[in-house]
Design a protein around this ligand. Structure first.
Ligand code: NDP
Ligand SMILES: O=C(O)C1=NCCCC1
Length: 377
């Protein structure tokens, strides 16, 4: 086996190290890093983040089959441990590329397959050699959900005060109960105080299965009531926060479905080719729109029915939060830098790199040839 054989981290290996404090901290750091990169607000900083526009490759003439290529480089970043804030680790640099396919008909196959599959390719940043391949599907799901959590913290809760995400109870609606909707539902209950969790899915049975499962797994002391709803209107009419993640080409929620005269925050996650097709234009006309990353937004949100107010990272840095009664939309584009910083956090705090390094040592010195993840040995 050649000394440059890349290590492989499988889905189980990656899954073992994912936790909300870890992923949320990395995503928050990345959202701010993206702003610094764009605005060069800290020219004296030695850290450097580069995330060029991602590419789309249509797979044949059939719509709904896309390959995304997402390169990124982060230089001299150190991330604090969520367990011991202030305890910054040694700074590191990483060059990588995430490859994601989105094949929206996959769940209808027999047997069904997920719509989204991802892998991350990591390169030695001195020699450019491919050093590791990491299964990235769960990372993508967690990263995307975490971006919604962080956006909700700053665009919704912080309008009510600096501790509001810890103190305030909210009603949440999940629209679309696929892979994204399922993890959004569980994550909102795990990270915030949720009074009512309403679930809506085009195929109602899926919302019912998820409602039963969540109600069963929630602590008996939990204040959360979970309900499967038969329309998006029913799910959203009392919701403070809405998460929508579908492949709908026509709008699923209209302005009339929203809670009247009070602040509402929407995480608009899905929709495939046209990112903003799942929300009606009349919502955009009344809302302030925020994105994770201008670079991708400028290229991919052509025709968006509202101007973009800011990147979420700018709001984190400026503390210039929305007004209490505003409708805000986090238009989640997906940004690989967010996953990359996740990868770095994982590697630093859970010693993937340590194992990876010793694995490469063994390969180089001919002492073994097994590809392993952090859980394997
Ligand atoms: N912003 C980001 O960073 C990311 C965005 N995404 C996007 O999130 C969305 C969901 O992804 P994922 O959960 O993995 O996909 P799944 O295939 O697991 O789920 C798709 C969901 O969309 C629903 N749906 C599909 N078509 C329609 C329609 N025409 N009207 C209403 N509902 C519809 C499905 O309902 P049913 O059960 O009835 O089929 C199902 O609930 C996709 O658009 C995907 O591209 C994914 C990852 C990252
Ligand atoms: O990983 C991401 O980022 C994705 N964004 C859009 C849809 C597919 C995955």
């Amino acid at each position: 086996m050649s000394s440059s054989t890349p290590a492989y981290y499988n889905a189980d290996a990656v899954r073992q190290v994912l936790s909300w404090p870890l992923v949320n901290r990395a995503v928050e750091t990345a959202l701010v890093a993206i702003v610094k990169q764009d605005a060069e607000t800290h020219p004296q900083s030695t850290s450097f983040a580069c995330q060029p526009k991602r590419s789309f490759t249509a797979c044949g003439k059939e719509p709904g089959r896309i390959l995304f290529t997402m390169p990124a480089y982060v230089g001299n970043y150190s991330l604090e441990s969520p367990k011991s804030p202030g305890d910054a680790q040694q700074s590191r640099s990483t060059l990588a590329c995430k490859l994601v396919t989105s094949f929206r008909e996959n769940p209808a196959r027999d047997p069904p397959l997920p719509s989204i599959h991802a892998h991350v390719l990591l390169f030695d940043n001195q020699t450019g050699q491919l050093s590791a391949i990491m299964e990235g599907t769960d990372l993508t799901t967690w990263r995307t959900v975490s971006a919604s959590l962080v956006a909700t913290k700053y665009l919704y809760f912080r309008r009510f005060g600096s501790q509001a995400e810890l103190e305030r109870s909210i009603n949440v609606a999940i629209v679309g109960c696929g892979v994204q909707g399922q993890l959004h539902a569980a994550a909102f209950c795990a990270n915030f105080r949720v009074k009512q969790l309403n679930l809506y899915n085009r195929t109602l049975a899926k919302a019912q299965v998820l409602a039963d499962e969540l109600q069963r797994t929630l602590d008996t002391e939990s204040e959360t009531q979970v309900k499967a709803c038969s329309s998006a209107h029913e799910a959203c009419q009392d919701a403070d926060v809405i998460c929508i993640a579908t492949y709908a080409k026509e709008s699923v929620i209209q302005f009339a479905d929203l809670k009247a005269k009070q602040g509402v925050h929407i995480n608009a996650v899905g929709a495939g080719e046209v990112h903003f097709s799942e929300l009606a234009p009349d919502i955009y006309h009344q809302a302030k729109v925020y994105v994770d990353c201008y670079t991708n937004a400028e290229a991919e949100l052509v025709g968006l029915p509202a101007p973009i107010t800011a990147e979420v990272g700018q709001i984190i840095l400026s503390e210039n939060y929305p007004k209490e009664t505003e409708i805000t939309i986090f238009q989640s584009m997906g940004a690989f830098l967010l996953s990359l910083l996740n990868y770095m956090t994982i590697s630093v705090f859970f010693k993937v790199i340590l194992k990876f390094t010793s694995h490469c040592f063994y390969l180089r010195h001919g002492l073994g040839g097994r590809l392993c993840g952090p859980g394997g040995s």
